[in-house]
Every structure is written in C-alpha cells, then in structure tokens.
Design a protein around this ligand. Structure first.
Ligand code: DAH
Length: 328
C-alpha cells in the first residue's frame, strides 16, 4: 500500500516543470481531499488495535510524500533561478552608456584667446567687481550726474548708490588709484545693460585695456588694436577707425570690423570704443598730466565672437541650446 502510493507519486513528479504543477500534485496527495488525507480519516473507523499500527504507517507515508514534494520544490526553484539568470545575463563586454562631457562655453574660449594675445604683448591681466558704485562707473570717468552720456548706458541700479557696472572702464580708475605709471593692463569681465536685440544682451563681456606712460600717442593705440585684429581674426580682416565720443577719452574713436550678416551682406560692426585718456580722468587719480599720456579701449567680446565664429544673433550665446553650444 505505502509502496504503491510512493511509486505513483514519483511517477507523477517525473515530468513536472513548474511550481504550479507541483502544487497540484501536492494537493492530490496531502491536500484536504488528497489520497493520504483520506487514508488518515479512515483510521477513525478502525478497531483500536489496528488504529495504532495503521496510524504510524499512514504517518510515515505522509512524511515521505512531504519530503518528496519538498525536495522537488527545491529542484524547481533552483531551475527557475538558473533560467532567469540565463535570460538576464549581463554582457559585461558591452560598451556602457557614456556620460556626455560638457565643454568650455564659446565666449570663455574667445576670452581665453584674447587674454593670450594681450599677454603676448606684455599686458597684465586684472579683474574687478561687477557691483560698482556711481563714482567708479561714472563720476571718476568724467561722467557727472547730469551728463547726457549717462543715457548711452541703460543702467541696472541697486540699493545704496550701487549699480551693476555698465562697462569695464571703472577698472581703469581702480588700477590707477593703486599703481603709478607705467601701466599696461587689460581687464576682462561681465557687464550689464538693460538692452536686448540681435546685437545686445543684458549681460555681456568686455575687455578693458589701459596703457599709461610717457609719450603714448594715438598711433600707438591704432597699431596695437590693428595688430590685435590681425592676430585674432587673421590678416584678411578689414578694420576701420571712426571718430566717436566718450567722456573719459579725448580724442575718441570706435573700431568697426567687416562681417557678413544673416542675408550674407557685407556690413561693418562696431566692436570697441577707444581713445586717448582724458586728462580729467588722470586728475581723479592724481597722475601728472604734464608727464603722462595714455590710451584706453573697451571691446565687446560677444561681438568679436560673432564675427569670428560666424554667428548672426548674439542671443544664441545665452539660450543654453546644446545643439548650438556643442558646435564649439
Ligand atoms: N566703456 C565704453 C563702453 O562700454 C567703451 C570704451 C570706450 C572703453 C572708450 C574705453 C574707451 O576704454 O577708451 O561703451
């Protein structure tokens, strides 16, 4: 009897493939209405002497059935794990997802290039504050409170007589206050004006230049700036100096550079203001105006970058469009 049940069970277990089938078999033998359970119930009706013998016999069968089911359950579980591992095998030799690397912003690249060139001419590099006060941004540059030149620069005013510098020219004063001639510096940095169109952004970059010594002339200024244009753009670049007005230089000029606009038309673009330092500015820093002269310039970096990189709208630089930025 016991052998028969166990043999049948082993036969049943031979080709089961998953837990479900195993559970069906389990209930066929030891479920509530399973074969072994029925045997158990039948014991109740036996005479007392037989009950004991039969009871231990059925118990042994039950144990044996449970053991067989248990060992088969373990077998199926480990088969299932192996199958899963096989299906989800990781190919460690596959190339992973690469993190995309950032790059230096085109304006920073252009600034580095400009700084390198002026360093080559023997200029020293200085940097100054973006939050300025009225004295450095205007007053000491010969732009008094009621001067119409203040209208040329749409200023972002802050509290306590502070403002966001509208140009890098305040650095001329800061440098001269702390140093005696000869001076030969450039000062790159951010400047701010309330202005936005294809050639203006509210924040942009300038490089200020200042050279003070005995006998500095407009010819020196022109030659340095022309030389810079050749070195920066290449010898084919066309430049033009145009008379202009700035309160802190006299005479003053603007430098235009030939470029091609969106419609491929050849145009001139103003890229910098310059001139011979106005003696009134020297008086603010107590320089001897009978002994020293100087020249100064302030160039717009975004504009130089537009011409050099062939970009037709200055605002592209600050839209953070990766498709645009990744070109550089
Ligand atoms: N600061 C002027 C501006 O932002 C540019 C400029 C003009 C700077 C003449 C100079 C200069 O140093 O000499 O419009």
């Amino acid at each position: 009897m016991a052998d028969k049940i166990i043999n049948n069970l082993m036969e049943d277990l031979k080709d089961i493939k998953n837990k479900n089938e195993l559970m069906n078999i389990k209930s066929k033998y030891i479920g509530k209405k399973g074969l072994v359970s029925i045997l158990m119930q039948e014991i109740k009706n036996l005479p007392v002497e037989e009950k004991k013998i039969r009871g231990s016999e059925v118990n042994m069968i039950k144990k044996e059935v449970e053991n067989l089911i248990d060992s088969n359950l373990k077998r199926i579980e480990s088969e299932e794990i192996n199958l899963k591992l096989k299906e989800q095998e990781i190919d460690v030799s596959l190339p992973g997802k690469l993190n995309s690397l950032g790059s230096v912003h085109p304006i920073s690249q252009i600034l580095d290039e400009i700084i390198d060139i002026f360093e080559g001419y023997g200029f020293q590099i200085t940097e100054g504050p973006e939050v300025e006060n009225d004295y450095y941004n205007f007053e000491s540059l010969n732009i008094p409170k009621d001067h119409p030149a203040r209208d040329m620069q749409d200023t972002f005013y802050l509290e306590n007589n502070n403002l966001l510098r509208t140009h890098t020219s305040p650095m001329q004063i800061r440098i001269m206050e702390k140093n005696s001639p000869p001076i030969k510096i450039i000062s790159p940095g951010k400047v701010f004006r309330c202005d936005s169109d294809i050639t203006h952004t509210p924040m942009f970059h300038q490089v200020e230049g200042l050279l003070v010594d005995e006998g500095v002339s407009f010819a020196n200024l022109k030659s340095i700036l022309n030389r810079f244009c050749y070195d920066f753009f290449g010898k084919k670049i066309k430049t033009r100096f145009r008379p202009s007005y700035f309160p802190f230089t006299e005479p003053s000029a603007e430098l235009d550079i030939e470029w091609k606009n969106k419609k491929d038309e050849t145009k001139w673009m103003e890229v910098l203001g310059c001139g011979i330092v106005n003696p009134k500015v020297f008086e603010f820093v107590k320089y001897d105006t009978s002994k020293y002269t100087g020249f100064a310039f302030g160039m717009g970096i975004e504009r130089l970058a537009m011409i050099k990189l062939g970009i037709t709208d200055i605002r592209y630089f600050y839209q953070n469009d990766l498709k645009f930025l990744k070109q550089f």
